[in-house]
Design a protein around this ligand. Structure first.
Ligand SMILES: NC(=O)c1ccc[n+]([C@@H]2O[C@H](COP(=O)([O-])OP(=O)(O)OC[C@H]3O[C@@H](n4cnc5c(N)ncnc54)[C@H](O)[C@@H]3O)[C@@H](O)[C@H]2O)c1
Length: 254
């Protein structure tokens, strides 16, 4: 068990990927702090049944004070914070000219600013400890201009992610590399995973034609993304930092 007694904070813990990450760490004996705006009633009980200590701290990742309070609560309970996984996020769909300014701000606010604020909240403790692992959630669409092919089927653009989402994830990739350099000398690594389409509620309506383009013949599943995140968070992954790890079933090969 690489994470026996490790203190792990997960934002978006009630979601598909965040939930799978929580479960994977719980199976490794980690102590968890779960951050989400959404209640996930049986989650804590399920994780405790796997042997994990669980601290639930409902918070919005756009709220720096709430995140600081969560870090304080975690330090009080566990004495340290070894890992942060930033899996809170929202999707947005539709053509760029139809994105209202409010929607743009909502997506950037949660996906990018929320990721930044979550990382900022744990940085002092990780630096003090001279140890930490941060894994952010980027995306394939930060690299490929989006999965939709509106020149073939206009409807795809209403059922796959849009420019606001892609720009937020491009920001997460850049942020990850900046923080990786900033924290490198202090024993803290910062990496991103960049999943292709993952079968969670976020992509419940993902077009069949786009699924068929994925060489492994299916969408990713949340447990596969969680496994990659745990790899990056391992103590012996100390030399991997500033990496954007693709998990896309081969679809990026084109
Ligand atoms: N599903 C995919 O295909 C896919 C692909 C690439 C990247 N991602 C990214 O992975 C992350 C997790 O996605 P998912 O598929 O698990 O989605 P999900 O909708 O299942 O989970 C997202 C979670 O984030 C929480 N959340 C939303 N706004 C929040 C806020 N302001 N503060 C705190 N929590 C908030 C939600 O309540 C939810 O529990 C997201 O950043 C997403 O962009 C997903």
């Amino acid at each position: 068990m690489s994470f026996k007694s490790s203190a792990v904070m997960i934002t978006g813990s009630a979601g598909g990927i965040g939930g799978a990450v929580a479960e994977a760490f719980a199976r490794e004996g980690a102590r968890l702090a779960l951050i989400d705006t959404r209640a996930n009633a049986e989650q804590a009980t399920r994780l405790q049944a796997l042997g994990a200590e669980v601290l639930e701290h409902p918070a919005d990742v756009r709220d720096a004070r709430a995140l600081s309070a969560a870090v304080e609560a975690m330090l009080a309970a566990y004495g340290r914070i070894d890992v942060l996984v930033t899996a809170a996020g929202v999707i947005s769909s539709g053509p760029a000219e139809a994105i209202a300014e409010d929607e743009w701000q909502r997506v950037i606010g949660i996906n990018l600013t929320g990721t930044f604020l979550s990382c900022q909240a744990v940085m002092p403790a990780m630096r003090r400890q001279r140890y930490g692992r941060i894994v952010t959630l980027g995306s394939l669409v930060a690299r490929n201009g989006g999965n939709a092919r509106p020149w073939i089927d206009r409807a795809e653009i209403t059922r796959a992610s849009n420019a606001a989402y892609g720009a937020s994830k491009g920001g997460v990739h850049a942020l990850t590399m900046f923080l990786a350099k900033d924290l490198a000398a202090d024993g803290v690594t910062v990496n991103a995973v960049a999943p292709g389409p993952v079968a969670t509620s976020m992509l419940a309506d993902y077009p069949q034609a786009l699924k068929q383009l994925i060489p492994i013949g299916r969408m990713m599943n949340a447990a596969e993304v969680a496994a990659a995140i745990l790899f990056l968070a391992r103590p012996d992954s100390a030399a991997i930092t500033g990496e954007i790890l693709d998990i896309n079933g081969g679809v990026a090969m084109g």
